[in-house]
Design a protein around this ligand. Structure first.
Ligand code: COA
Length: 179
């Protein structure tokens, strides 16, 4: 499969050489807290296990692709689908830009644009959804720029740092996708 190429980034398959870079952000509170999955510190072995599963395509319905800088090929994070459901023509988007210096520069928007193009124009999906903590204002802003709409919330879904956080559900359906 050729790489999916944008203006400043491209998406490629995971490689075993990405383990260290993945480990860097998966152990960084400033990144991982926003995903709502942070609980315990993670080992390099766990990062290797994750990458290995991507390389082997162990679960084709849950697949992540490396986001890399076009200029120098640097690994920045990943984007991909969770629970790809071809019967219902939908999936959920998951994305992390793990490089702190690369946040809020429109790279998330660009990666999502590339990802949505594949979802709607190749896989013929009807809907792409996502879940984001309501406190993740940067994430919500990025998703709204990409056309996602707020659909509802699971109240008090996540307990962290001494308080409960809502989980916002967002979605984009085919007739809202502008390409
Ligand atoms: C969420 C994420 C993928 C978005 O990618 P990104 O490249 O940072 O996003 P973009 O630059 O395209 O858009 C972010 C927008 O939020 C704005 N923003 C940044 N901080 C903000 C804040 N505290 N409140 C409101 N808006 C904010 C930016 O200015 C930008 O808007 P603009 O283009 O109108 O100026 C990325 O920030 C990330 O991976 N964060 C850490 C992990 C995470 O949150 N993952 C997603 C879990 S659902």
């Amino acid at each position: 499969m050729p790489h999916i190429v944008g203006n400043r980034i491209f998406l490629r398959e995971y490689l075993m050489t990405d383990v260290e870079a993945l480990y860097q952000w998966r152990t960084q509170d400033d990144i991982v807290w926003w995903t709502g999955s942070y609980l315990w510190p993670e080992s390099l072995e766990q990062a290797r296990f994750f990458v290995e599963n991507q390389v082997k395509d162990s679960d084709p319905c849950n697949r992540k692709f490396a986001i890399c800088k076009k200029k120098d090929g640097k690994y920045l994070g990943h984007i991909g689908y969770e629970h790809l459901d071809l019967r219902r023509q939908n999936t959920e988007l998951g994305i992390v830009i793990g490089d702190l210096g690369s946040l809020s520069q429109g790279l998330g928007e660009e990666a999502i644009g590339l990802f949505l193009k594949v979802c709607f124009e190749e896989l013929n999906l009807h809907r792409v959804g996502l879940r984001v903590l309501r406190s993740n204002e940067r994430g919500m802003r990025c998703y709204e720029k990409c056309g996602f709409k707020k659909e509802g919330a699971l109240r008090d879904w996540h307990f962290s740092r001494g308080k409960w956080h809502d989980l916002l559900l967002m979605g984009l359906v085919r007739n809202e996708y502008s390409g």
